[in-house]
Design a protein around this ligand. Structure first.
Ligand SMILES: N[C@@H](CCC(=O)N[C@@H](CS)C(=O)NCC(=O)O)C(=O)O
Length: 243
């Protein structure tokens, strides 16, 4: 197998796994503790920030981190899902949205997941969480409008791409984390008709279902997600000494 995927269930590795599955690529998997402070020095040598996902391409000797970079690498190398042999327009569309998802949507979600890393004092946390919640909602409304404007089935006008998997995963995490105050509620997602239609179709793909199964995740991936098991997973992690 030429790839090695480091993972913790329902972390950012989920989107990479979906794409590996969609491309039909074989990969080994290596579990990593869910919390960065529990991760080994060996893992920090792979990604000096100690974050998931990490993907190793054994064939070409590349060690990759940053979700967006991994998706671009895979799509470029395998000539599918938005890059590689695609036309200038599709390639440009794919790149601009992957960067938007990575540096804006996913980045704002990360602030909600780890607000203490972004403030100097505790009282700053609540206003920051509220601001990020508003921003996430606005990003998703914009994305819903983009989908509505071209009327296609997938996020890029001319077919399925890595963007769909990244978008779907961000929408999933926005509804599930942080467990007590998620960025957006499932009923709010259902109000975004175009986004809901795309993600409902996406979650029926075998690649998404396999990826969910391999990370031991129940329920739907993106629309109608279970939020209760997110709470249960945290309790399990606490019980295992990984709060
Ligand atoms: N910008 C990074 C963000 C990666 C990230 O935040 N990873 C999370 C998992 S979703 C992580 O490893 N968190 C563990 C921690 O911070 O304790 C990327 O897109 O890869």
């Amino acid at each position: 197998m030429s790839y090695v995927l480091y993972y913790s269930p329902d972390s950012a590795n989920l989107v990479v796994r979906m794409v590996l599955e969609e491309m039909g690529l074989e990969y080994e998997e290596r579990p990593v503790p869910s919390k960065r402070s529990d991760r080994s020095d060996v893992f920090f040598q792979l990604n000096p920030r100690g974050l998931l996902p990490v993907l190793i391409d054994k064939q070409d000797g590349a060690t990759l981190f940053e979700t967006g970079a991994i998706l671009v690498y895979l799509a470029d190398k395998h000539g599918t899902l938005g890059l590689g042999g695609d036309s200038g327009k599709r390639r440009g569309d794919c790149l601009r949205w992957i960067f938007m998802f990575s540096y804006t949507l996913h980045a704002d979600l990360a602030i909600r997941f780890y607000p203490e890393r972004y403030v100097c004092a505790q009282p700053e946390i609540q206003p920051l969480l509220a601001a990020m919640k508003r921003r996430v909602r606005k990003h998703l409304e914009l994305i819903d409008d983009v989908l509505g404007s071209h009327g296609g089935s997938w996020f890029l006008e001319d077919g399925l791409s890595v963007c769909d998997f990244y978008l779907g995963s961000c929408v999933r995490w926005a509804q599930r984390y942080p467990v007590d105050t998620p960025a957006i509620e499932p009923h709010e997602i259902k109000q975004m008709a175009h986004l809901t239609a795309t993600l409902t179709a996406l979650q029926e793909r075998a690649s998404v279902k396999h990826a969910m199964m391999k990370e031991n995740l129940g329920g739907s991936a993106f629309v109608g997600v279970h939020t209760e098991d997110a709470v249960a997973r945290i309790f399990e992690a606490v019980a295992e000494g990984m709060p």
